[in-house]
Design a protein around this ligand. Structure first.
Ligand code: ATP
Length: 242
C-alpha cells in the first residue's frame, strides 16, 4: 500500500539563484505523486541550487513554487552529497538512521516508540537491519549510502531527494543502490528527485527528466527525452566521453 499523500509540486516561471544573481530562469514544471525525476546538466548549471530551492533552503529569485497548495515543503527526506569527512562520522548506524526523525520531534527531548519503529522499518527496507550497532566509519561505501538512505526514509512521507547519491561507489554498489531506490519508488509510491551526472542510469531509472541550463533545455517524460534532439545529443556526448 502506498504511504504517500497526494503530492504536487509546481514551479511557475521560477528564477533560481542567490541574492540578485540568477542561475536558472523560466523554470515551469509540475512534479506529481510517484514521479521519479532525474535532474541533469553540465557542472555549475544550477542542479544543487534547484534542490536547495525545492527544499525551501533558499527562496526563488522570482516566480512561485507551490506544494499542493502550501508554500513550504514537508514530508521530505534528503540524502546530500557525501563528503570525505562524512564518511568517518563517529556514530553507530542506528543513531544515524534515527537522526532522520529530528525534524519531527518538536520540543520532545527523546525519540518516541514511533520514531524507533520508523527507524527499524527503514533499516529493514534498505537491507541494513543487521548492521544497526556497527560504527558508520567501518562500513563499505555502498552500506554507508544505504544507512543515509534509511535516514532520509525516516523523514520522508512524500518525497526523497538524492543529490549525486552514487558518487564514489563501485559499479556493483551503484547498480544495487539504483535498484533499491526504484523499489522504494514503485512499491511505496514515494516520489524521487535525483541529481546525477550518470545519464545512463537517469534514462534507465527515472520517469521524468529535467535538463537544466541557464534556460531549462528539457522537462518531460523520460521517453520523450531520449527521442528529443537535446536528449540524443547529450546521450551521444556522454557515450563519447566514456
Ligand atoms: N551560495 C552561493 N552564492 C552565490 N553563488 C552560488 C552559491 N552556490 C552556488 N553558486 C553559483 O551558482 C551556480 C550554480 O551552482 P550549483 O552548485 O547549483 O551547480 P551544479 O549544477 O549543482 O554544479 P555541479 O554539477 O558542479 O555540482 C554556480 O555558478 C555557482 O558558482
Amino acid at each position: 500500500m502506498s504511504r504517500t499523500q497526494m503530492l504536487q509540486i509546481q514551479f511557475n516561471d521560477v528564477a533560481l539563484g542567490y541574492e540578485k544573481k540568477r542561475v536558472v530562469e523560466g523554470l515551469s514544471l509540475t512534479i506529481h505523486s510517484g514521479d521519479y525525476l532525474g535532474v541533469i546538466g553540465e557542472n555549475g548549471v544550477g542542479k544543487s541550487t534547484f534542490i536547495k530551492t525545492l527544499l525551501g533552503l533558499i527562496p526563488p529569485v522570482s516566480g512561485q513554487i507551490q506544494w499542493g497548495g502550501r508554500r513550504c515543503p514537508s514530508g521530505v527526506g534528503y540524502l546530500p552529497q557525501m563528503t570525505a569527512a562524512s564518511r568517518n562520522f563517529p556514530a553507530v548506524v542506528k543513531e544515524i538512521v534515527l537522526s532522520g526523525r529530528l525534524g519531527h520531534m518538536g520540543y520532545r527531548p527523546f525519540y518516541s516508540g514511533k520514531d524507533r519503529q520508523l527507524a527499524q522499518n527503514a533499516m529493514e527496507q534498505v537491507g541494513i537491519a543487521g548492521l544497526e550497532k556497527q560504527p558508520f566509519g567501518r562500513l563499505s561505501g555502498g552500506q554507508q549510502q544505504r544507512v543515509l538512505l534509511a535516514r532520509a526514509l525516516c523523514a520522508a512521507s512524500d518525497l526523497l531527494v538524492l543529490d549525486e547519491p552514487v558518487s564514489g561507489l563501485d559499479s556493483e554498489s551503484r547498480g544495487a543502490f539504483y535498484t533499491l531506490v526504484k523499489q522504494l519508488n514503485t512499491t511505496l509510491g514515494l516520489s524521487i528527485i535525483m541529481v546525477s551526472h550518470d545519464i545512463t542510469a537517469v534514462v534507465q531509472q527515472t520517469t521524468h527528466i529535467l535538463h537544466l541550463d541557464r534556460f531549462p533545455r528539457f522537462y518531460g517524460s523520460r521517453e520523450d527525452y531520449v527521442k528529443s534532439p537535446v536528449g540524443q545529443a547529450y546521450l551521444a556526448a556522454s557515450k563519447r566521453a566514456v
